[in-house]
Ligand binder design. Sequence first.
Ligand code: T3D
Length: 272
Amino acid sequence: MAADVAQPSPPVLLEALEGGVLNLTLNRPDRLNAFTVALHESLAEALERAAGSDDCRVVLLSGAGKGFCAGQDLTDRAVAPDGVRPDLGEALDKRYNPLIRTLRSLPKPIVCAVNGVAAGAGANIALACDIVLAARSARFIQAFARLALVADSGGSWFLPRLIGEARARALMMLADPISAEDAAAWGMIYRVVDDDQLMGAAHEIAHRLAAGPTHAYGLMKRAFAASPTNSLDDQLDLERDLQREAGQADEYLEGVRAFLEKRQPDFRTKQP
Ligand code: T3D
């Protein structure tokens, strides 16, 4: 009789680099890709490598199975009534906040393909990405109030800015799901796509970005990051500084050359 052999557990994050696009797939489908410490660590490491690698020009984030991400894995949060309660502030400080900061400041575009339900931190991690597509069947849920928690992972910052305070407050306090179609109509995400076309559409955008001016995209992200707290005057000064930097890059040289030569720019090849 064959002895039982322990199967190695599958990686919690799948990584595949293809044509400049780093595909990162949250891979805990049985738990709707909810976050454990292991998933946080894998994602943080992958994003750090992505930031430092010239081979990675774009990140494409999605989830395995029927969900995108159900936020924090709540099986890690079960506490006996008389037990020590977890320090959720520490969890935010150590895991969620660095993740959101990394997504926002990564000097490369991040496309998010929301393939199914996105709840709690899972919804707000999607909103932290640069271009968000969602499958028509996907839902976004600010699930926090159901647990008597406040919205985190930047939700209370992103949502009022994206959809206005009236809708943001209602979504957070009622914790009602919002459909992908409403999310797109409200300006919360870029586009809704039929389920069977989601990954194709996300790859198409990611590959277009991979062929684009990576350095300029990074500068755009810096402009967006500063915009909410800057006055128009400050933002104009920042745009001047960023444009000065952009104008010194080989990418710009190639962009102008390509225009004058009536051809598509080639931003991937190092310019002579
Ligand atoms: O704690 C801290 O560090 C503070 C930070 C908090 C950040 C947060 O994200 S708090 C919010 C945590 N997330 C939630 O509250 C969402 C919980 N999940 C749900 O409400 C529902 O699962 C969904 C609305 C997302 C989807 O519903 P449905 O009916 O499509 O799927 P389901 O049947 O509920 O879930 C499928 C399985 O995934 C199920 O397991 P089972 O019964 O098949 O063995 C379910 O228990 C599991 N699952 C879903 N979400 C989580 C989860 N397991 C652990 N943690 C989850 N978050």
